[in-house]
Design a protein around this ligand. Structure first.
Ligand SMILES: C[S@@+](CC[C@H](N)C(=O)[O-])C[C@H]1O[C@@H](n2cnc3c(N)ncnc32)[C@H](O)[C@@H]1O
Length: 214
C-alpha cells in the first residue's frame, strides 16, 4: 500500500474519491504507455533495448529521472523504468498507485519507481530536477508552472489534455480541466522550445512536447 502521511489531508478530496471509485470499479489496467510518453522517451534516446518503438534517438538529452504526473496505473512509468530511468509517479488516487506498484513489482521494476500520493495542485518538485516531465489526461493551469520548472536543462516536457472544444460534446467537463486556445505552449517559460503542439480527436485533445534550453 502507498497510503501515507498525506492520507488524512486527502481523505475527502473529490478527485481522489472519484478516481478511486473509477479504478476500483474498472477492468484490470492494460499498462499501455501513452503515445506522447513513447515519443518523449524515444527523443531522449532512452527506450529499452530491443523495443518496438520507432523514433529519433539520443538527441543530447540529460541524464536524470522521469516524472509522470497524474500517472494513473501507468504504462508510461513502467516503460520509463524499463529503460533504466528512475521515475517519480504522482497521483491523488492510491488505488491507481497500488495497481502501478503491483505491476512494477511483477516486472521487477519497483526499485526504480517512487510513488507519490498527493494532490498535484500542491506538489512542488525540486526545480530543474527531471530529465523528462510527462502529464497525460490531466490539466489544471496551476500545476503547469511547477511542472515546467521541474524540467532539467536540455530536458523535455510533454503534456496531453482535453481542450475547450471537448466541452461541446462533454457538457459536464469542468472548464478548469480544459486547455484554452494556444495552451499549454503559450504558458511555457521563455527558455523552452516547442517541438510539437497538435490537436487530436477532432480538436478535443491537444498534446505538446517542448525542450528546455541547456
Ligand atoms: C485520465 S487519468 C490519466 C491517467 C494517465 N496519465 C493516462 O494518461 O492514462 C487522470 C488521472 O489524474 C489523477 N488526478 C486527478 N486529479 C488529480 C489531482 N488533483 N492530483 C493528482 N492526480 C490527480 C487521477 O487519479 C487519474 O489517475
Amino acid at each position: 500500500m502507498v497510503m501515507s502521511a498525506c492520507e488524512a489531508r486527502l481523505a475527502g478530496h473529490p478527485d481522489r474519491l472519484r478516481w478511486n471509485d473509477r479504478y476500483a470499479a474498472g477492468a484490470a489496467p492494460a499498462f499501455v504507455p501513452h503515445p506522447l510518453a513513447v515519443r518523449a522517451l524515444a527523443e531522449v534516446g532512452n527506450l529499452p533495448a530491443g523495443d518496438q518503438y520507432p523514433g529519433p534517438r539520443g538527441l543530447a538529452s540529460p541524464d536524470g529521472p522521469v516524472a509522470d504526473l497524474a500517472c494513473g496505473p501507468s504504462g508510461t512509468a513502467l516503460l520509463a523504468a524499463a529503460s533504466g530511468r528512475h521515475v517519480t509517479a504522482v497521483d491523488v488516487s492510491e488505488v491507481a498507485l497500488d495497481l502501478l506498484a503491483a505491476e512494477a513489482r511483477r516486472r521487477g521494476l519497483a526499485h526504480l519507481i517512487t510513488l507519490v500520493h498527493t494532490d498535484l495542485s500542491g506538489w512542488r518538485p525540486r526545480p530543474r530536477s527531471f530529465a523528462v516531465v510527462l502529464c497525460t489526461g490531466f490539466w489544471e493551469a496551476a500545476v503547469f508552472p511547477a511542472a515546467a520548472a521541474a524540467v532539467a536543462p536540455g530536458g523535455l516536457l510533454g503534456w496531453e489534455a482535453f481542450t475547450e472544444q471537448a466541452r461541446r460534446v462533454r457538457p459536464g467537463l469542468d472548464h478548469r480541466w480544459c486547455l484554452a486556445d494556444g495552451e499549454p505552449a503559450s504558458l511555457l517559460p521563455p527558455d523552452f522550445t516547442v517541438l510539437d503542439q497538435s490537436d487530436l480527436r477532432g480538436g478535443q485533445r491537444r498534446q505538446m512536447l517542448a525542450r528546455r534550453a541547456r
